[in-house]
Design a protein around this ligand. Structure first.
Ligand code: HEM
Length: 235
């Protein structure tokens, strides 16, 4: 039991927790982005997708995913807090040498961009999932139903997204959040692989190139939705 406690509190275990949960969150983002991009195919595709997510396995699948996502998110934030507390406590650790090449603005601002992403996530859920922020655009309100081709009536998520991003202030907040997300992921992906022990001399340069590209690509993908709506390309 004591040995377990020691492992649980160890620096390396917490770094692993942060890396694995971070990569799982990134997988969620890829899935979420794929769903969001359906907006370019029109309301039928996007609303059908939302409906199938909500009704898969008699509605149980979405709750399983939500539970898993919450657990992963909490572990990610918890390990980040523990590690930054430890870094701040002035105890110098021989192996925690700072590599000036990787100590970029992004890496140094990870804690701040992570904290702001947490604030964004709460705002985002209040906006699109709970309907408490910008309730006038909430898909679950009366009169905002959409009838799918097979006759099933569902909340009009497509209309909710379009109406929301016609508001320049909402669009600005989202774009700002996506810039922060890009900044966070720019450093996070390569760093996670490094923590997990990927040190092969041939693979490391590839990860250092592909990690930031993937991170920034995902952020640009998310931005494409509000930007296309505000530019009038999707309506
Ligand atoms: C421009 C960017 C984004 C747009 C347009 C967007 C859009 C949406 C929409 C429309 C929903 C509700 C889906 C439904 O009820 O059917 C949703 C839910 C959600 N989004 Fe996003 N999203 C964006 C970025 C993000 C980011 C960066 C994250 C992660 C930090 C995120 C995390 C979530 C989560 C956790 C849910 C709740 C899923 C659930 O349990 O129902 N989203 N998003």
């Amino acid at each position: 039991m004591r040995a377990f406690g020691e492992v649980w509190r160890s620096n390396i275990f917490q770094k692993w927790v942060m890396a694995i949960t971070g990569l799982l969150l990134f997988l969620f983002l890829i899935g979420h982005l794929s769903g969001n991009l359906l907006i370019f195919l029109g309301p039928e595709h996007m609303n059908e997708y939302g409906h199938s997510l909500r009704t898969m396995v008699h509605g149980a699948a979405i709750w399983l995913v939500r539970g898993g996502l919450l657990l992963v998110f909490v572990l990610h934030v918890w390990s980040a807090i523990r590690l930054s507390q430890r870094n701040r406590s002035a105890r110098p650790e021989r192996y925690a040498k700072v590599d000036s090449r990787t100590s970029t603005i992004a890496s140094r601002s990870m804690a701040l961009s992570g904290l702001l992403m947490l604030v964004y996530a709460i705002y985002h859920l209040a906006h699109f999932t709970w309907g408490t922020a910008h309730a006038q655009f909430y898909a679950g309100q009366k009169g905002w139903e959409y009838t799918l081709a097979d006759g099933i009536v569902v909340p009009d998520v497509y209309r909710m997204v379009i109406a929301s991003f016609h508001e320049p202030l909402i669009t600005a907040v989202y774009i700002l959040a996506m810039i922060l997300l890009g900044l966070h992921l720019n450093h996070a992906i390569a760093s996670a692989f490094q923590t997990l022990g990927v040190t092969n001399k041939r693979i490391v340069p590839v990860i250092r190139l592909v990690g930031p590209l993937l991170g920034i690509g995902v952020a640009i993908g998310f931005c494409s939705v509000p930007l296309s709506i505000i530019a009038g390309l999707v309506h």
